[in-house]
Design a binder for this molecule. Structure first.
Ligand SMILES: Cc1cc2nc3c(=O)[nH]c(=O)nc-3n(C[C@H](O)[C@H](O)[C@H](O)COP(=O)(O)OP(=O)(O)OC[C@H]3O[C@@H](n4cnc5c(N)ncnc54)[C@H](O)[C@@H]3O)c2cc1C
Length: 387
């Protein structure tokens, strides 16, 4: 990039510095909201993302169930970037070339040069060797926009027949999806579906006993079956083969089998953690490249591996803004401190939530209302883009 207009003498040609952001996820909210400050300092900013919107995962299950519309849970990333004088590329980063300081795009292998790069490309649901069939109604719980398509498919098919819907996984997102499928069927007057969770070893294996009991109780009371000590061996069109050898009817299958960081970094030869996430130091900076930063699910925080929850991504925002700015100004970086125990609230559909922090556990409508309030406030704050 150059400010050369064709009339300037070579001595006057100034090369503009370039900040490139891969993904506009939860850890990049404040960077996105501050693009105008970089632009004002003469730094060009480009955001690469495969969608013009970023979906807030905390409200994803609620969108499936119909509590929220898609518009209520997504950020207008492209509009926010362009309004502030940044550039937006609708594409996926395929690789990073750290030596050449370039990001290679997926389509046509185009290259985008950077001076400083910040990565918030999130995570994906791995197939866990399930050799998924082509086509079919199989929905990984990420990306969240896939849940909007699942909702449409279920409404279209569930009016004329009772669907068999299976959720594979025993973690929080499996529980949220199951409860919100029940809500969806009730709200849309669908023929009552059969909803089954194939939870693997156990339901919420890392949660306190009371959280497990409340969650299980709430779902089972609404007729949702939960199979524990059961795994899916193979996904076939219309059914699932279980490790017991039994077959389970499945018109629609949701995969909630955990997440893995974006594969960009291992593909690029950058140092990664055991999960394939970009290995970063306490400044959220690549341990190998001073001018590469990252946050959210796509990093491996070397000082202390972090849970893949949006809470950490959100906490990383101010540090990323500071450090990316400092990388241009050559001023000291700030450390990221993950902080203590975080509040978790599951939205289990039908207005029911389960809340947990420290030893406090609360199940019921109040828990859902607290989550709803926090999530709506988060959306409102960042959609306004005034951070
Ligand atoms: C159903 C569900 C509910 C959840 N609920 C909660 C909750 O209530 N609270 C909580 O703390 N956590 C929750 N989580 C976990 C949470 O989703 C993640 O920790 C969070 O999404 C991480 O944020 P992120 O910005 O790193 O990644 P993401 O949200 O995945 O965002 C990544 C962004 O990068 C873009 N992108 C992806 N690949 C590329 C690429 N190659 N190039 C460019 N851009 C790319 C994507 O389009 C996306 O916009 C939930 C997860 C699920 C699945």
């Amino acid at each position: 990039m150059s400010s050369n207009t064709g009339t300037e003498s070579p001595a006057l040609i100034m090369k503009k510095k370039h900040l490139v952001l891969i993904g506009g996820g939860h850890a990049h909210m404040m960077l996105l909201a501050n693009i105008n400050k970089f632009v004002a300092k003469g730094i060009a900013v480009t955001v690469i993302q495969p969608s013009e919107h970023h979906y807030y995962s905390g409200m994803g299950a609620g969108m499936l169930g119909g509590t929220y519309t898609a518009d209520e849970i997504r950020f207008q990333t492209r509009a926010m970037v362009e309004k502030q004088g940044g550039g937006f590329i609708l594409d996926r980063a395929a690789e990073i070339d750290p030596a050449g300081r370039e990001v290679v795009l997926e389509q046509a292998g185009k290259r985008i040069a950077y001076d400083v790069l910040s990565c918030n490309a999130g995570s994906q649901v791995p197939d866990r060797g399930l050799s998924l069939p082509e086509g079919g109604d199989i929905f990984p719980v990420k990306p969240i926009e896939g849940l909007a398509r699942a909702r449409e498919r279920i409404i279209a098919a569930g009016k004329s027949r009772s669907l068999h819907v299976v959720i594979v996984g025993g973690g929080p997102s499996a529980m949220e999806i199951a409860g919100n499928l029940h809500q969806l069927a009730c709200r849309e007057n669908l023929l009552p579906p059969t909803i089954t969770i194939v939870a693997g070893h156990a339901v919420l294996p890392h949660a306190p006993k009371r959280v497990r009991r409340l969650t299980k109780g709430s779902l089972e009371k609404r007729g949702i079956s939960i199979l524990t000590n059961t795994r899916v061996r193979q996904v076939e069109p219309g059914s699932l083969l279980l490790d017991s050898g039994e077959s389970l009817a499945a018109d629609m299958t949701f995969l909630a089998v955990g997440v893995r960081p974006s594969p960009i970094f291992s593909r690029s030869g950058l140092p990664v953690g055991p999960d394939g996430g970009l290995r970063v130091n306490r400044y959220l900076q690549s341990v190998a490249e001073d001018n590469i930063f990252g946050g959210g699910d796509c990093i491996y925080f070397e000082p202390r591996p972090l849970d893949k929850v949006g809470v950490y991504a959100v906490r990383q925002n101010p540090v990323l803004v500071h450090n990316v700015m400092a990388a241009f100004a050559d001023t000291p970086l700030r450390e990221f401190h993950p902080g203590g125990k975080y509040l978790l609230i599951y939205n289990l559909g039908d207005g029911y939530g389960v809340l947990n922090k420290w030893s406090l556990v609360l199940g019921g409508r109040l828990a859902f209302r607290i989550k709803d309030y926090i999530d709506r406030r988060f959306m409102h704050t960042f959609q306004a883009g005034d951070h």
